[in-house]
Ligand binder design. Structure first.
Ligand code: ARG
Length: 464
């Protein structure tokens, strides 16, 4: 009995080690249902074109229905000896329906078959991830809406820079995740092309109808060149690049969550169910979920590098190297899906400690720029205003106080050159509320702008 689908060519059986090394069934069985869908579309086209008989098609359809049931019920027996998902299913089909099963592979190769399977599978996963991104965006938008006026320090170089609103800060992440969704939708266009019909590499001599197969499977069109169709994995790389960027955004957010939850900073609290304790230090509540997500971002970026390296040396057309595309791609999808799911849930459970945020914003001279702007509005050139305020900050640093702690008289005494410009109203410009409210233009941090941005973000989500 021949063990392999192609073994008549060979004079000795494959060694067990080589079998294990070359087999992919224990990971590519994940493609089983799309493999069946692709086979059915192919068989329907073969029958419509008179390449196989309608009786063959009927047998293939009933055999595949049974196989699908076996797989869904977990009864299907996957065999390492049969190498991959494609040969496992084809062998079972032939065992069930005989000769008609042997006709299924007419005008097709595993090379165009596997490329079709990955595209079909990835298309579904892209749609799922776009949905999950929408869920996370929506959770962040809701939180931003509650905190349109909550003041926190904005940072540059991890030093207090200027006051911002927490809602504004959260909406920065909403922007990132919106671009991620846009990138995936764009990538999907290039995923959604049909390789079938390319056969092994050169096309096939049967009178096939590739456009009909594309329509049946919901592809937007066919891959235009048979050599490219079987050897292209750009779409997988593009997807993984988009996924790596999603994880990069999640990782930046994670880093902030870890800082914010640290008792040293204490801006937020995370629900207990997203944290763990320490086995030795009883006081600990560790933000394991954001820390793990930060770590997993590295793993997905690694998959991107792996796929780029996989492709860089391959001559046209198909090479077995390509079998190595699946594990990184599957793991990328699993990692992104789990991460987005957990982050949507976790974001909804963030408790904001507004007092701590406000207190931190009130330190570190966060309204120094506002004082400089005040002087400019009274006629001073910005560079001179900058210099005068820097001088005032220096005095505060020496005295261990903040700008707002200096009385108007003290301020005038320390800054004689600009004293005539300092009016009674200067204190209003040094308040945190005055500072954020004054940045009142599209894209600014003023609470009114945050509320407008929340509405715009919700409308954009609803329009998708
Ligand atoms: N398991 C293979 C893969 O993942 C299917 C294509 C095999 N084609 C071949 N000529 N060996 O790429």
């Amino acid at each position: 009995k021949k063990a392999e689908a192609w073994s008549a060519r060979f004079s000795e059986p494959m060694s067990d080690l080589v079998k294990r090394y070359t087999s992919s069934v224990f990971f590519d069985k994940r493609l089983a249902l799309v493999d069946i869908a692709g086979s059915l579309a192919h068989a329907q086209m073969l029958a419509a074109q008179g390449i196989i008989a309608h009786e063959d098609l009927a047998a293939i359809e009933s055999g595949m229905a049974q196989i699908r049931g076996e797989i869904e019920r977990g009864e299907f027996v996957w065999q390492l000896d049969l190498e991959d998902v494609h040969l496992n299913i084809e062998a079972r089909l032939t065992a069930l329906i005989g000769m008609s099963g042997k006709r299924l592979h007419t005008g097709r190769s595993r090379n165009d078959q596997v490329a079709t399977d990955i595209r079909l599978w990835l298309r579904g996963e892209i749609d799922r991830i776009v949905d999950l991104l929408a869920g996370l965006r929506s959770a962040l938008i809701d939180l931003a809406a509650q905190h349109a006026g909550t003041i926190m320090p904005g940072f540059t170089h991890l030093q207090v820079a200027q006051p911002v609103t927490f809602g504004h800060h959260l909406l920065a992440y909403v922007e990132m995740f919106s671009r991620d969704a846009e990138r995936l939708r764009d990538c999907r266009k290039r995923v959604n092309r049909l390789p079938l019909g390319a056969a092994a590499l050169a096309g096939t001599s049967y009178p096939i109808d590739r456009h009909a197969v594309a329509r049946t499977l919901g592809f937007d069109g066919i891959c235009a060149n048979s050599l490219d169709a079987v050897s292209d994995r750009d779409f997988a790389i593009e997807f993984t690049a988009a996924a790596a960027l999603i994880m990069t955004h999640v990782s930046r957010f994670s880093e902030e969550l870890v800082l914010w939850i640290s008792p040293r900073i204490g801006f937020i609290d995370l629900a207990d169910r997203f944290c763990t304790g320490s086995s030795i230090m009883p006081q600990k509540k560790n933000p394991d979920v954001p820390e793990l997500a930060r770590g997993k971002a590295g793993r997905v970026a690694g998959h991107l590098m792996g796929l780029l390296m996989l492709m860089k040396g391959q001559p046209l057309a198909y090479n077995k190297d390509n079998q190595e595309d699946k594990e990184p791609l599957f793991d990328t999808v699993d990692t992104v899906v789990d991460t987005l799911r957990i982050f949507a849930e976790m974001s909804a459970g963030i408790t904001v400690k507004a007092d701590a945020m406000r207190h931190a914003a009130a330190q570190g001279f966060s309204t120094a720029t506002d004082l400089a702007d005040y002087l400019v509005k009274r006629g001073l050139a910005f560079r001179d205003a900058h210099e005068a305020v820097a001088h005032a900050v220096r005095i505060c640093v020496d005295r261990g106080c903040d700008l707002g702690d200096l009385s108007l008289d003290a301020l005038r005494a320390e800054l004689p050159a600009v004293a005539p410009l300092l009016g009674d109203d200067v204190a209003d410009y040094l308040t945190l509320e005055g500072s954020v409210a004054s940045r009142n233009h599209p894209g600014g941090t003023a609470p009114d702008q945050v509320r407008a941005a929340v509405d715009a973000a919700r409308a954009a989500l609803a329009a998708e």
